[in-house]
Design a protein around this ligand. Sequence first.
Ligand code: IVH
Length: 709
Amino acid sequence: MTKTYAEIPVDDLTEAQAEVELARLAEDIRYHDKLYHQQDAPEISDADYDALRRRNDGIEARFPALIRDDSPNKSVGAAPAAGFAKVTHRLPMLSLSNAFTAEDVADFLGRIRRFLGLEESEAVDVVAEAKIDGLSMSLLYEDGRLVTAATRGDGAVGEDVTANVRTIKGLPETLKGAAPKVIEVRGEVFMRRDDFHALNARLAEAEKAKTFKNPRNAAAGSLRQKDPRITAERPLHFLAYAWGETSEPLGETQWQARERLAGWGFEINEPARLCHGLEDILEFYDRVQGERAELAHDIDGIVYKVDRLDWQERLGFVSRAPRWATAHKFPAEQAETLLREISIQVGRTGALTPVASLEPITVGGVVVSRATLHNEDEIKRKDIREGDHVIIQRAGDVIPQVVSVVLAKRPGDSRPYAFPTTCPCPLATPVVRPEGEAVARCSGGLDCPYQQVRRLMHFVSRDAFDIEGLGVENIQEFWDAGLIKAPADVFRLGNHREAILARERWAEQSVANLLKAIEDRRRIGLDRFIYALGIRQVGQSTARLLARTYGELATWQSAMIQAAQERAAAPEAKKPAEIGEAYADLCDVEGIGMNVADDIGAFFRDPHNRAVVEDLAAELEVEAVAAAAADSPVAGKTVVFTGTLETMTRSEAKARAEALGAKVSGSVSKKTDIVIAGPGAGSKAKKAEELGIETVSEQEWLERIGAGG
Ligand code: IVH
């Protein structure tokens, strides 16, 4: 089993857990993107996929410092599959942010108002239209003629499916009436539900032909045929809803643009409405949700787009999605099933997580047999018991949640669930739950074999030592065989060549590969080394900061031991400065507060941990970590905006600066690099002058970031 914190609600994650989760989510989302976009063979429902993304977004929002370079929000879809020629979109094809509740929609509107700096009295009209569940397509028309049709691919480069797209009935080969010289028309290829069932029936009759799971996959599979004659036999449709590059504007509003697209001969998304405010929007959403089942094709929500195109322009994009649009999703499916048993999982830090084993059931097209119960309080609050019938839902979280108990079906002899008071491990150490905390932990600490295995799994995980061929399964195997007990043992596996060879599934070559992979990791960066130790609350970014601050392993190690001792001598002190120099230095590291410092201290206070680090260090060559390189003229700079800005709102200015890697601060200090001062700048500009900090005008700033003129 791969170690994950998938069951911990976003709000309860520690930084270290969040980091592991973001890594896992990035990988999972990439995997599912690939299945969906390249192979048309998704393994999970759209609602589950959305749940993954939503969890990822939630964690990124809580821990912005942990956002990964390969964050799913920095890319869309998956790179094109081999077999079709590549097409580079003239303008990237983006994705949409999601809203799940009325509150999310209100936030969406609020963000727009703030970003544009609108007055109370100014209305934001929004086009609402059904969100078609198909696959997006970009059609390039030159002089009114269809030149290329490309799939989204990774958003930048898609697949050339022109020959297939030309077979779609009703799709204009030439645009009717006056058309721009160049336009990329964006829309969705989809299949109607009745056509889908008929197609599947036809395929089922034909020998060997495989049927499709849903209309979306049928549309994707039909479009990716090597032979356009097959595509021609498939009942595909195309709806236009957006555009990429265009040599002339489509109008002043989205609504006009819709009409323009319809005028050229495209089908457009229906139902649709031009809404004047939240109430209007939500009413439309409710109405369409009610009619959903009767529509000819699958829709999975409503898309809202700011009507004014000049505002769309100003709002721009945040990584993969426009600020001016969002997709309001319909709720996830629920189902009822029997909860057979509640079992307990023990994590690396000893946290006990209850998990429900369910009578397998299909929800939203996926078979579910386990659900998270989060923690003891959650079980109490919902009074969930073994033998209950429960309503489960796959929505806001990665693995399904138990929504409620069907009390009418509760067996007469049912008893409340008693949360274990001892760890399920062979040592059965008592469980402790500090007051005010939701998490119960095994008190076995370093002795608990379950925790030991989890820690080793963390040690070899991708962002830690990342040893190829030594996955979580092997860790359990080598642990059971007594070959690995502590991290340093990994680097002594070479002494057990024969013993490994004697095991099932291991041969000369695989053992040689494994030992080579281990040798390759004897040199390791200090950041990875620190992260791999699995100190509570020390995730990747904190590990990186520590590595940069202390430079060398020996320096870091002795400083941490010193800080731990200082803290032990002043357990009641409330301020770092009162505790000691090493402790205060540690708290000066960005992002490290006393809370984290105390967890690091607790780790180093334990002689066993110190021995683990010593032992490990003796096997390795730990390298210092270099500082990050700058790649934009303002990357890494701390900037302050003050006074009135003339071409953009504050939040717009902040967003742009941050997108370029600058840190935007609210006050001027010695750490400030640049102050951007507009008319009316007061004390901040004065302070900058006193401190000799560079001060520029808004125009100079725009020129510097390449947005001037
Ligand atoms: S507007 C900049 N409108 O949903 C992106 N997209 O989940 C503009 N989709 O990538 C997209 N119906 O493939 C828009 N009425 C609609 C849509 C729609 C379906 C798809 C589109 C998009 C995806 C995002």
